[in-house]
Design a protein. Structure first.
Length: 90
């Protein structure tokens, strides 16, 4: 999918061919790299379009992007509810 997206971007040169490779296995992700070649004046426009099209393709395929999540547990601190405020009370 990523290679198809890369090939379809206007300004991406056909040679050398786009490359997609596994960059690393993260703590909560699999990180892929997409490498394309373009003419220097087209670099930023191609980069922007490629990034947006990759995001769109992932969304269309219902592939979510993981974000780090942290659960905080406070040991030894009793769980208490906040004070209740009555309507009309001060």
């Amino acid at each position: 999918m990523l290679e198809e997206v890369a090939r379809a971007i206007e300004g991406v040169l056909p040679e050398p061919e786009p490359q997609v490779y596994l960059k690393q296995l993260g703590g909560s992700s699999i990180d892929w790299a997409v490498r394309v070649w373009t003419l220097t004046p087209d670099f930023w426009a191609v980069r922007e379009h490629l990034t947006q099209r990759i995001k769109d393709a992932l969304d269309d395929a219902e592939i979510g992007i993981p974000f780090p999540q942290m659960d905080v547990h406070l040991d030894g601190v009793p769980a208490t509810a906040p004070p209740r405020v009555e309507a009309g009370g001060g």
